[in-house]
Design a binder for this molecule. Structure first.
Ligand code: SF4
Ligand code: SF4
Length: 194
């Protein structure tokens, strides 16, 4: 009889403990409101941590086309197109810098090897598209402000960039400073995004 009463007590206590947890979360979510109602996305964006790894920020005007980021990528989702810069400019002209976000896992391993610090993880987290093609972003064809994260990377900007066949900025020769002589280039001096 004593064992039977102890088993009944244990069963009642166990069920009560489980129901208490359920009830506690029910009351908390009732007081806080639903997650979607609380943040009302996209009007009120979800707060993100300072070191959040979102879609990349890329500076075409600084990139030297060295391929180090593409080689460091563990899933091979960075595709760089480049040509030899026309003389007297040196190095390469980056004509395409595509990242396939259907493969990218936001590991940030492409950021550290960059010798000129022109690629970073940004804070954007929304680029919903209707096609997989919209997930392949060519940072060389995006407006510089969008690529550098000063304006939102959005599906409309990505789709517009796919109509553009030439990079939005091309490299010209550096002016020779201090000799009273300048080399000629086809572009005005670039405005580097900050
Ligand atoms: S974040 Fe990682 S997976 Fe994405 S492009 Fe960079 S190295 Fe590749
Ligand atoms: S590592 Fe940096 S400089 Fe080299 S290709 Fe990548 S983004 Fe450009």
């Amino acid at each position: 009889m004593r064992d039977w009463l102890r088993n009944v007590y244990l069963a009642a206590a166990t069920i009560s403990a489980g129901l208490y947890v359920t009830l506690w979360y029910f009351v908390q979510s009732f007081r806080r409101g639903t997650f979607t109602g609380h943040f009302a996305y996209p009007e009120r964006a979800v707060p993100i941590r300072p070191r959040y790894r979102g879609f990349h920020r890329f500076d075409l005007t600084t990139c030297i086309g060295c391929d180090k980021c593409a080689r460091a990528c563990p899933v091979d989702c960075i595709y760089i197109d480049k040509e030899k810069a026309p003389p007297p400019a040196k190095g390469f002209v980056v004509t395409g810098f595509k990242i396939d976000y259907t493969k990218c896992m936001f590991c940030a391993l492409c950021v550290d090897p960059c010798p000129v610090d022109c690629i970073f993880m940004g804070s954007n987290h929304d680029i919903s598209t209707y096609t997989r093609d919209g997930c392949v972003v060519d940072y060389a064809k995006l407006p510089l402000t969008v690529a550098w994260g000063q304006a939102t990377l959005n599906p409309t900007a990505v789709q517009e960039s796919k109509r553009i066949s030439l990079p939005v900025w091309t490299k010209t020769a550096e002016p020779l400073v201090g000799r009273g002589q300048k080399t000629e280039g086809s572009n005005p001096p670039p405005t580097k995004p900050t």
